[in-house]
Ligand binder design. Structure first.
Ligand SMILES: [Zn+2]
Ligand SMILES: [Zn+2]
Length: 460
């Protein structure tokens, strides 16, 4: 005989089971909302060189399992995706000499370039249909399709490093599934299981985070973009580095990622925030969104590290009074936290170019401007190898953190970042300086690669 009002009665457990079954029944019902045969437009990339990306009329394929169809509201035009969209050579590959033998192209790269692929590795929108196994979201939910997936059950997710979720490595030519067909019957795939440059994104549950907000498509698209999630992740998610109140933060590179890191540092309570960028307009935005100082690496030249150390001295250099000793690289001067967000140039910028197109020098400078005992978070895609003074590296007390999306835990942190937007602590508008409808995507991407805009969003 069961105790009448036990919270753990068999009846209670059974009732819970019924509730779960009911929920799954709802979701099964939802899966019928999938609309195979639905027409939509998407930018499809195929082949090599400029002109490889064209706007196509597509027909949606049926979905199954953990697949989700999202009606796109906005997608960030990420700089790192620009070579694939605009057909530029990958970074670090100099143009071949006229009579040079053809280069060996990695087979996976070749296979991907031959597939009809919708580029774009993130976006926001509204769920239009879900497969029968989807639990995380429901039809009608607004969602962020995160550039970094989070399955919750792989080795990395279980160890608190959702930013390194192993599903991230399952995006090769043999992992992608056709999601639509072109008019001539060519199957079309979604890059990164996302394919943000289209009116519909067909993705998997692991990539989707529900967000409950009334924010505009562009503002939401900005805060949920790979770059803003990474920037806020570095300074506000407390996974890689825990920026404390009153700390000194230097951000090397004030593109959309660095400008989001600056905002995260402000929100986390940093007292000194130094933004470093060669582009004057970006330094001005840095000051607007939270930097207390800005530096131009072209003006500072070899003295950049020294300048950051000077700015980090604080009001007191007396050792018995908690002061920082600025003497030597093992002293106390330097930023407590450094975010490196530069990377390699994919094309020559039309505004002020930085001192090193490979992005290596800014990493070395970021390491050296960090205070002993401080933390460096790197976020960029540079080309080449980094050399550092070995003794500073081995016993200099600096801790280097590397990760995807600034270490952010997508399901936990993206909703928190959206809260920061809704409570007006995060300024999305100053970052999303170009917003275009789907037809304007290529022109907007050209502005991104020229660096004449901070970043661009395509709304659909
Ligand atoms: Zn990106
Ligand atoms: Zn995982």
């Amino acid at each position: 005989m069961e105790p009448k009002d036990s919270a753990f009665s068999r009846r209670g457990v059974l009732a819970g089971g019924v509730a779960l079954a009911a929920q799954s029944g709802t979701l099964l019902a939802q899966s019928k909302a999938a609309a195979p045969g639905r027409k939509f437009r998407g930018w499809v990339s195929r082949g090599a060189g400029p002109g490889r990306t064209t706007l196509q009329d597509l027909t949606l394929r049926p979905i199954s399992g953990r697949q989700i169809v999202v009606r796109t509201e906005a997608t960030n035009l990420c700089y790192s995706n620009s070579s694939d969209v605009l057909g530029l050579p990958p970074p670090g590959v100099p143009p071949a000499a006229k009579d040079a033998p053809p280069r060996a192209v990695p087979p996976a790269f070749l296979a991907m370039s031959r597939m009809a692929l919708i580029q774009g590795h993130g976006g926001v929108g509204t769920v239009e249909a879900v497969g029968p196994e989807v639990r995380r979201v429901q039809v009608g939910d607004r969602v962020c399709v995160s550039g970094t997936p989070q399955c919750g059950s792989c080795y990395q997710c279980l160890r608190g490093r959702a930013d390194m979720c192993q599903f991230l490595g399952r995006q090769g030519p043999n992992d992608l599934v056709p999601i639509a067909d072109m008019r001539d019957g060519t199957p079309v795939y979604a890059n990164s299981h996302i394919g943000g440059l289209a009116e519909l994104m067909v993705t998997f549950e692991e990539w989707v985070v529900p967000v409950f907000t009334k924010a505009s498509a562009a503002d939401l698209g900005m805060v949920c973009s790979c770059v803003s999630v990474a920037g806020l992740g570095c300074t506000a998610s407390q996974v890689l580095a825990d920026v404390g109140i009153g700390s000194i933060v230097a951000v090397v590179g004030c593109g959309p990622l660095g400008l989001s890191a600056i905002q995260g540092a402000r929100i986390a309570g940093a007292s000194t925030i130094i933004g470093i960028d060669p582009i004057r307009v970006r330094r001005e935005v840095a000051l607007k969104v939270g930097a207390t100082h800005v530096l131009d690496p072209n003006v500072e030249g070899d003295k950049l590290v020294e300048k950051v150390r000077e700015l980090s001295n604080g009001p007191n250099n007396r050792l018995w009074a908690g002061g920082r000793d600025s003497g030597g690289l093992l002293g106390g001067a330097g930023a407590d936290f450094v975010v490196e967000a530069v990377g390699a140039d994919r094309a020559k910028p039309k505004l002020e170019a930085g001192p090193d197109p490979t992005g290596i020098l800014p990493i070395q400078q970021a390491y050296m401007m960090c205070a002993p005992g401080g933390h460096i978070v790197t976020t960029s895609l540079p080309t080449g190898n980094v050399t550092l003074p070995a003794v500073v590296f081995t016993i200099g007390g600096r801790t280097h953190h590397a990760g995807q999306c600034g270490g952010a835990n997508p399901m936990r942190d993206i909703p928190r970042f959206v809260e920061l937007l809704d409570k007006k602590q995060f300024d999305a508008k100053s970052l999303a300086t170009t917003i275009v409808p789907i037809e304007g995507m290529l022109d907007a991407y050209q502005q991104v690669i020229d660096r004449t805009t901070v970043t661009a969003l395509m709304t659909a």
